[in-house]
Design a binder for this molecule. Structure first.
Ligand code: MG
Length: 160
């Protein structure tokens, strides 16, 4: 039996008033913010859902219900560190993760290495195990019209 697991996650947040978006734990200056209960970090939310999916432990909403006031404005790195703990408890470690951000703006590339460093730190892996990349949707759809931002993540878990 192969001791590997895969997981995938998707997250979307609408843009609203504000002057920055949180992406991969990094505060990225922007002329919009995101509408969210937590800090609305689509990179970390998609990644958490990928990790939880690989563990077959539900999704971020079951672990951190939006109805719970303690998660109001929460730093999503707390969610990620919780997922890292679940991994350890169940005898898994992250092999690699690959995240794609989908938006027209803000530009993600200049911040990607900083995101990789924070995520690698929280998941206790080398930075080269974490990929952050971005694409536009060629001005099509809600991301193309600048109404919101999306992210997709996949991960591979290995037996610790
Ligand atoms: Mg979210």
């Amino acid at each position: 039996m192969l001791d590997i697991r895969i997981g995938q996650g998707i997250d979307v947040h609408a843009f609203g008033d504000g002057d920055h978006v949180m992406l991969g734990g990094v505060r990225v200056p922007h002329d919009r913010g995101v509408l969210a209960h937590s800090d609305g970090d689509v990179v970390l939310h998609a990644l958490c859902d990928a990790l939880l999916g690989a563990l077959a432990l539900g999704d971020i909403g079951t672990h951190f219900p939006p109805s719970d006031p303690q998660w109001q404005g929460a730093d999503s790195r707390r969610f990620l560190r919780h997922c890292a703990q679940l991994l350890r408890e169940r005898g898994w470690r992250l092999g690699n993760a690959d995240v794609t951000v989908i938006c027209e703006r803000p530009k993600v590339g200049p911040h990607a290495d900083a995101m990789r460093a924070l995520i690698a730190q929280d998941l206790d892996v080398a930075r080269d195990a974490i990929s952050i990349k971005a694409t536009t949707s060629e001005r099509l759809g809600f991301t193309g019209r600048g109404e919101g931002i999306a992210a997709q993540a996949v991960c591979l878990l290995l037996r610790a």
